[in-house]
Design a protein around this ligand. Sequence first.
Ligand code: 3PY
Ligand code: MG
Length: 248
Amino acid sequence: MKTNLVLQKLRAGEAAYGYWVTSGSPLIAEAAAHLGYDFLLLDRQHGHWGFDATVQAMQAIGPTDTMPVARVLRNDPAFINQVLDLGALGVIVPLVNSREEAQRAVQAAKYPPAGIRSAGGSRLMLYGSDYMQAANDETLVAVMLETRQAVERAEEILSVPGVDVGFIGPSDLACSLGVTAFASDEHEAALQQVLQAGNNAGKPVGMPLATPELCLERAAQGFRFLTCGSDMSSLLGDATARLKVLRS
Ligand code: 3PY
Ligand code: MG
């Protein structure tokens, strides 16, 4: 089976950098995959990915060294199983608030005896005849910590065997705390608390960020699984800047 280059980096203590694709466009996923990011995050929670477009995006990303990672709609074994069958090498599970919920996510992503993942998926044969043997170890499971409760329980959540990454959702976290994301001491303290919990549990932690400068700053603090913008933010940022010049 293909080595999961993101897991390889994280296991070596290195930072992995990704890019969100929310538009649901396989064409954009293809272009982004050829840029060399460590992973692309196809957002099937808040993004616009239909089933067929997700398949096409997996086909487009497949030949590159960029790992296809999908965020699922919710912590449901059917959704997790589905994106893995389509070829995702990592799954991001939103709103994980307890050890039990983390166990549920892990179980869904692992074949027996470690979990309950169902065997199947015709695209998986492209990963080699050893896919079934290797998949449990080569599939990244990231649980999202994005509520006050998840922060309080971060260490017990991240200690769950099979959880590879704690991925903070800064916006939901801000809502849960009743503050503005990245603009309050309480929010920052929560980010640092999750990082510390990850260190205690021996698990890398990360979050989505808007700029490369912020990614490098957070990487220097010890965050390891970082995303740097999205297709929609790139498009809107660039097109807005052009229009501003035209209208000036
Ligand atoms: C959040 O910030 O809540 C996320 O889920 C990342 O987009
Ligand atoms: Mg969120």
